[in-house]
Design a protein around this ligand. Structure first.
Ligand SMILES: *Cc1c(COP(=O)(O)O)cnc(C)c1O
Length: 468
């Protein structure tokens, strides 16, 4: 039963036809079309009706308040939902912020394939049908030393494809210490079930020996798989069987060996004292039959799953029906080709944003922080405590969790505003600035912010200062 207040509130709701005749609404209809605006109006009224039914003491809304709600909803639905953000978190491959940023050349290549016809699946020299994979296979072979290569939608699909083609209905031996979960929804063990392969776990969480693998081999064994546990580290009393040993076991028993490298670096960061990630080239050289890795982790390219290895196995993968479903898009392919060419030309560290950010030296970081500090100083005046403090950036994307890159942070401590409210103001409206709260200070890591973004931060601060 409705009470009197509810009845009154319901009666006060304007008719849809009345709203549709308001000049502001007529203007929206002119800008778009009648059906869209009519839907927005009915949805808004329906929502208000629900609210009235759910409360004993409903408030009566004026026509102008309802109009405001319609306008807000219109704004919301007609402005892009996917926006650019300024990444001040210091996490270079921030999964929630879209992982790797592409190089200029990769962006240009994407633009070209998006706006022009291309020879995507057309052989220019013969005028016959070609393969989309040809645009990157040679590059991958050249760069990694593998016999052949194939690319799919992402590394998760590469794992599924390999398991399905090579081990469906058969057994795959994996060390218990490598049964990782990546990003909450991708579990190696579940992928295995999905692909129809039987998982044979060997060893314990911290130790797996050569004999563990050898004892588990039967006539049902189709694959020895190694998962590079790039997103966590077991430390202390541990033993892993290295790829070299696994390859020896595989050769002895005529069973292929596959390593899921996860990140997959082509540029040797170890040489710069950063992390201990094996390169793809090393895995290939050690003799793995198949190696797979992501395009948008440490490689610094678009989302893709890259598979390299022995021609015999790659040829089988190419023929699998699933490859068609996991097919890489033309824009991705274009970005990947451009990214790989940077490696070929020896310019990867100068052109690929991910590598540039990882390799940024202390002097450059110092200069950047000084520059942003000086731009902000006159703006924030006495309402914020502004400092440059020492901190660490992370690689992110589940790559090299133990690597901490020394960095400089701009610390802004609001003196008349709760820091959480300040953080929210920076984040919610454009330009969206994402940082971290650390001991009542809001901090921005300059490593992941581009110099051209500094002025946006200054402008935003000016705006915040004006209305506090
Ligand atoms: C990240 C990762 C994957 C998944 O790769 P995507 O390209 O994100 O699909 C698979 N395996 C390992 C070991 C990883 O680190």
């Amino acid at each position: 039963m409705l009470n009197e207040k509810q009845k009154k509130a319901l009666r006060s709701l304007p008719a849809i036809s009345t709203i549709l005749q308001l000049p502001e609404v007529v203007k929206l209809i002119k800008n778009t079309h009648f059906d869209l605006i009519s839907d927005l109006v009915s949805e808004t009224i329906e929502k208000e009706r629900e609210k009235i039914l759910q409360t004993e003491t409903p408030t009566i809304l004026s026509l102008s308040t309802i109009l405001e709600k319609i306008m807000d909803r219109y704004e919301q639905i007609t402005t892009p939902h996917l926006r650019s953000v300024i990444n001040g978190t210091g996490v270079i491959l921030h999964t929630n912020l879209g992982r790797a940023k592409l190089s200029h050349e990769a962006i240009k290549a994407v633009q070209l394939t998006a706006s022009e016809y291309t020879n995507l699946e057309y052989t220019l020299s013969t005028g016959k049908r070609g393969s989309r994979y040809d645009h990157v296979e040679d590059l991958l072979v050249q760069l990694t030393g593998a016999e052949a290569a194939l690319v799919v939608n992402n590394n998760a699909s590469a794992v599924i494809l390999i398991l399905k083609e090579i081990a469906q209905g058969k057994e795959v031996i994996v060390s218990r210490g490598q049964l990782v979960e990546i990003g909450g929804s991708f579990r190696v063990s579940e992928i295995m079930t999905q692909s129809g392969a039987r998982l044979i776990e060997v060893g314990t969480t911290n130790k797996t020996h050569r004999f563990d693998y050898e004892r588990a081999i039967t006539d049902q064994t189709a694959l020895l798989m190694k998962v590079h546990t790039s997103n966590f580290k077991i430390i202390g009393f541990t033993k892993e069987v290295c790829l070299k040993t696994l390859v020896e076991i595989g050769k002895e028993h005529k069973i292929p060996v596959y390593e899921d490298l996860g990140s997959g670096v082509l540029y040797d960061l170890k040489k710069h004292g950063i992390g201990n990630e094996p390169t793809v080239q090393e895995a290939v050289k050690t003799g793995a039959d198949l190696v797979s890795f992501s395009g948008d982790k440490l490689l610094g390219g678009p989302q893709a799953g890259i598979i390299v290895g022995k021609k015999k196995w790659i040829d089988r993968l190419k023929k699998n029906q699933l490859t068609r479903s996991l097919r890489i898009d033309k824009m991705t392919l274009a970005a990947l080709e451009a990214t790989l060419r940077h490696y070929l030309l020896g310019e990867a560290h100068e052109k690929i944003p991910t590598l540039k950010m990882i390799l940024m030296d202390e002097k450059m970081i110092q200069e950047r922080s000084q520059k942003l500090y000086e731009m902000l100083k006159p703006v924030v005046s006495d309402q914020f405590e502004l400092k440059i403090i020492d901190g660490f950036s992370e690689i992110g994307g589940g790559s090299m969790p133990d690597v901490k890159l020394k960095s400089k942070l701009i610390s802004l401590k609001p003196l008349h505003l709760p820091v959480h409210q300040f953080e929210q103001e920076l984040r919610v409206s454009p330009p969206h600035i994402i940082g971290r709260i650390f001991e009542e200070q809001f901090v921005l890591d300059v490593r992941t912010i581009e110099i051209k973004e500094f002025e946006f931060i200054v402008e935003k601060m000016k705006r915040i200062m004006n209305h506090t």
